[in-house]
Design a protein around this ligand. Structure first.
Ligand code: ASN
Length: 326
């Protein structure tokens, strides 16, 4: 029987409310890993599970200061010959950021599977127990090896890079990049490859405690381009523009963006549209911007933080190239 490490970090999957019908007024991260495991005795038929709880957070409060030790701990467990795979339970709100961080920094062919829930553990028809069971099945199965970091959620399996929360309340809250899910857990099967398969794009120094600041700026019709300088003057070292459509830059932004790039501030063109790629355009050559490819703005931000931390902004173009992520 395989051995899995369960790293519980909080979230609604570990949430508790005063009543079983309350799915909004609950405390995320109220329950520990032992309670999550106790709710799914069927896990005993899937794997031996060693649980640990580095923190218990509502994921809205997750930050790079949590990603860094989490990533180091996951890598240590991956390097342990007695561990066959890892399951990370997490809140849904910033799961896409943590997933991207792990996908871009871990080095292993062993499965690393994130999961979460939309209803607290105390709710009628809580989705957490089945999501946890499925995530353990995914992490324990050899067919999941070499597919990089995955999200198992709502009977679907997504590659970490490109995944995004797309619904505020529905149980199938996540969507993938243009290609969507690469597998399902009803039953477990894969029908598409994952292109990012566990080789790290960025390798961080082991004593790092923070990442360079990168901000996301949502561009509405008529948003003043002067905001760019305000963010840079306030300390942003890189900028993600969440632009209309397929990453269309309003003409008034051309000069300020070119100026920011000339001052050494990398700028990534992402989209404020929920799903779909942002490909390279002639303006990227002209202004020195990078297209986000299939990454949502939230994950492009993580990628740029890592690129700046490693002094390797050119890695972004390899990472974000249109053909990199399925
Ligand atoms: N569904 C959830 O997990 C939401 C929760 N606020 C969290 O991200 O921790």
């Amino acid at each position: 029987m395989p051995t899995l490490a369960l790293i519980a970090t909080g979230g609604t999957i570990a949430g508790a409310a005063a009543s079983a019908t309350d799915t909004t007024g609950y405390t995320a991260g109220a329950l520990g890993a032992d309670a999550l495991l106790a709710a799914v005795p069927q896990l005993a038929g899937v794997a031996r599970i060693r649980a640990e709880q580095p923190f218990s957070l509502d994921s809205k409060d997750m930050a790079p200061a949590h990603w860094l030790p989490l990533g180091r701990r996951v890598q240590t467990l991956l390097d342990d010959d007695t561990i066959d795979g890892i399951v990370v339970t997490h809140g849904t709100d910033t799961l896409e950021e943590t997933a991207a961080f792990l996908a871009l920094t871990l080095a292993s062919a062993k499965p690393v599977v994130l999961t979460a829930a939309m209803r607290p553990a105390t709710a009628l028809s809580a989705d957490g127990p089945m999501n946890l069971y499925n995530a353990a099945c995914v992490a324990a199965h050899p067919v999941s090896a070499g597919r990089g970091v995955l999200l198992s959620f709502g009977d679907a399996i997504y590659p970490a890079l490109g995944v995004r929360k797309r619904e505020t309340h529905r149980l199938d809250a996540f969507g993938g990049a243009s290609g969507g899910a690469i597998g399902r857990t009803d039953p477990l099967r894969y029908f598409a490859p994952a292109r990012h398969t566990g080789r790290p794009v960025f390798t961080l120094a082991s004593d790092r405690t923070e990442l360079p600041r990168v901000d996301v700026l949502y561009i509405g019709a008529g948003t003043p381009p002067g905001l760019l300088d305000l963010m840079i003057d306030d300390g942003a070292r890189g900028i993600i523009l969440a632009l209309p459509g397929n990453g269309s830059l309003p003409a008034a932004w051309d000069a300020p963006v070119a100026d920011a790039v000339a001052r050494g501030i990398p700028v990534i063109r992402a989209s404020r549209v929920g799903i779909g790629p942002v490909g390279r355009k002639a303006l990227d050559e002209r202004l020195g911007t990078h297209p986000a490819g299939e990454l949502p703005a939230s994950q492009a931000r993580v990628a740029l933080m890592l690129a700046l931390a490693c002094g390797d902004v050119s890695a972004l173009d390899r990472l974000l190239a249109d053909d990199y992520i399925p």
